[in-house]
Design a protein around this ligand. Structure first.
Ligand SMILES: [Zn+2]
Length: 408
């Protein structure tokens, strides 16, 4: 089911009709903006493409090939969806069954005029206005029902966006749900599909949260280490105490959404370190990290199957890693001198030489900039001996006065 706002509906319908013929090659997909690196005010991607120029990301434009599924469009999921939309993600699949309420207004993203709309429709309305280049799919359903689960699974498998992709039709699933049952359903789907996913959560008292990377067979799944206390045989949403509702803060949810999307960008675009688990305790500004291996006694059959496959694939993985290391070593041993081009004209300067010349050459500032404070070399070098001499003189004087007194 695809729902979009009226301004883009006609173009989207055309896109859907043409999609089987167009979407294999991303360059032929109809896009409102080119992802160019040109630094002009009218280019929505110039600041993102600068990541490439600064050497952080090798190929930022690849982001347009990726599909991310977000389950739960609440305080974390909606903000994560907005961040990915602004980053120019290729396709977002949004899942939620709830409606926007006034009680959601303490969080980011949803607006009072959207009260009564389904969260998925309201999200599509806002996101398609922010960045019409992103393909948005809205699924208003409950994944914990039998039919909801079936639709969830088939939507993840759907590869019309990028038919050449291996595995499922999405690159990553983000779980932004607020209950154990839904997390177990996402876990089940991802274990069955061998689909990497990230889990996120914010505590009921709103002051801590976490994100976690789950790679079936390689890291612990959600069932490998279940929480210590879980609801048994009853709907956990009915367990809340009378008149007491969970707290939520836009700050904690924004931080967790930021950490989640940062990890997502690093995972998809292959830069930096992708955290296997990152906690956030706002009261102490404490960010614990850890990694968890899968449990060989996990209760989830699909998890055990993925663990078996991961172990069987180990020799091939080791061989590939060795080949990569050898290729890198031989490239390093090749007779290419380090920094042969030296485009910045960097040279090694002897310390003593620099002292003699006052070391001013490396301190030169570009035109139009001046130093606000004097550099350390320009401070006057006062001798402290004079002050010490005065002190000694004073002491001598005192001693003479004391001797004169004693003489009386
Ligand atoms: Zn498991």
């Amino acid at each position: 089911m695809l729902q979009l706002t009226s301004c883009n509906r006609m173009l989207t319908i055309l896109l859907i009709l043409l999609s089987p013929y167009l979407l294999d090659d991303q360059k032929s997909r109809f896009l409102f903006h080119d992802m160019s690196a040109e630094v002009v005010d009218s280019n929505p991607y110039s600041r993102l493409m600068a990541l490439q120029r600064m050497g952080i990301v090798e190929n930022y434009e690849r982001i347009r090939e990726f599909s991310v599924a977000i389950v739960g469009i609440g305080g974390v999921g909606s903000v994560a969806a907005e961040m990915l939309t602004r980053c120019g993600i290729g396709r977002l699949l949004l899942y939620d069954y709830d409606k926007v309420e006034l009680a959601n207004m303490n969080r980011l993203f949803f607006r009072p005029e959207q009260v009564g709309m389904t969260k998925t429709d309201a999200a599509v309305q806002t996101l398609s206005d922010i960045n019409p280049d992103v393909v948005l799919e809205s699924y208003t359903l409950n994944i914990t029902t039998v039919q909801g689960f079936e639709t969830f699974m088939s939507s993840l498998k759907n590869k019309t966006f990028r038919p050449s992709k291996e595995g499922s039709g999405v690159d990553l699933v983000l779980s932004c749900v607020d209950n154990y049952e839904a997390r177990m359903v996402v876990n089940q789907a991802c274990n069955e599909l061998n689909q990497t996913w990230m889990e996120s959560g914010v505590s009921e008292d709103a002051v801590s949260g976490h994100i976690q990377l789950l790679i079936p067979g390689e890291t612990a799944c959600f069932a490998c280490a279940p929480p210590l206390v879980v609801a048994s045989g009853v709907d956990e949403r009915t367990l809340k105490r009378e008149g007491v509702c969970a707290a939520s803060l836009p700050t904690t949810m924004g931080v967790v959404a930021g950490l989640l999307v940062q990890n997502t960008l690093k995972f998809l675009l292959k830069f930096g370190y992708v955290s296997p688990y990152l906690g956030y305790s706002s009261l102490k500004d404490y960010f614990p990290t850890m990694a968890m291996k899968p449990n060989p006694q996990c209760s989830n059959a699909a998890c055990l199957q993925r663990q078996k496959e991961y172990i069987l694939a180990k020799p091939a993985r080791d061989a590939a890693a060795n080949a990569k290391m050898e290729a890198e070593a031989s490239a390093a041993a090749a007779d290419v001198p380090l920094h042969v081009d030296n485009e910045w004209n960097i040279s090694v300067v002897d310390d003593s030489e620099q002292e003699n010349t006052g070391g001013t050459s490396s301190d030169a500032l570009p035109e139009g900039l001046t130093r606000e404070l004097p550099s350390a070399d320009e401070f006057p070098k006062h001798s402290t001996y004079g002050a010490t001499d005065t002190a000694v003189d004073d002491l001598e004087d005192l001693r003479r006065q004391l001797d004169a007194l004693n003489a009386d």
